[in-house]
Design a protein around this ligand. Structure first.
Ligand SMILES: Cc1cc2nc3c(=O)[nH]c(=O)nc-3n(C[C@H](O)[C@H](O)[C@H](O)COP(=O)(O)O)c2cc1C
Length: 169
């Protein structure tokens, strides 16, 4: 039986919520874990690993970047699915990801998707709120920010993981 781990890092909780949404759409239950509570045994024993991380100031959040670099050899032996969270859904995802993740991981990943994002002010510092307002101002000159997670994309992402599990049995 294929074992799936959904490993995420989050600052304001959106990437965690998406991890649970993905799990809801899988038929076999995955283990969901925050990077800060990483259990090596669970990580080593899974065949499929889903890595979820938000974009801050143009980069994937640092704990995930560090994790990936540290564990590249092991990740290359697993089925890897990557999801990205952020409010700018019009980015050139390949370009952004190549600034944060090693090319070998991007080539190895079975699927890479941007699943939307939300600004959540409650857990943000004053500086973060200031930056968010600046980002919003910049955006409003060109287009509306979507600011929501994409449920259809999440379902589609989960169905790809399911498909992979079926072919692995
Ligand atoms: C200080 C700050 C900088 C951000 N920079 C970006 C960015 O460069 N690109 C983007 O798409 N979203 C950016 N965002 C939006 C976050 O990616 C979004 O709020 C995401 O849902 C946060 O996920 P989390 O709750 O899992 O941390 C930024 C948010 C903050 C607060």
């Amino acid at each position: 039986m294929s074992k799936t781990l959904i490993l995420y890092t989050t600052k304001s909780g959106v990437t965690k919520d998406i991890a649970y949404q993905i799990n809801k759409n899988l038929t076999t239950e995955a283990t969901i874990m925050s990077l800060k509570d990483l259990d090596d045994d669970v990580f080593f024993s899974c065949d499929t690993i889903v890595l979820g991380a938000p974009i801050y100031m143009g980069y994937i959040r640092k704990p995930m970047r560090k994790f990936v670099i540290k564990h590249m050899d092991i990740l290359l032996q697993k089925n890897v699915f990557l999801y990205v969270v952020g409010v700018d859904t019009h980015i050139d995802l390949d370009k952004y990801l190549s600034m944060s993740y090693p090319q070998a991981l991007l080539l190895h990943a079975r699927l890479i998707k941007h699943l939307g994002g939300e600004f959540r002010a409650e857990n943000q510092s004053l500086l973060s709120r200031f930056i968010v307002n600046k980002i919003k101002e910049e955006f409003s000159k060109e287009r509306e920010l979507e600011e929501k997670i994409n449920i259809d994309m999440i379902k589609n992402f989960a169905s790809n993981i399911l498909q992979n599990e079926k072919t692995e049995v």
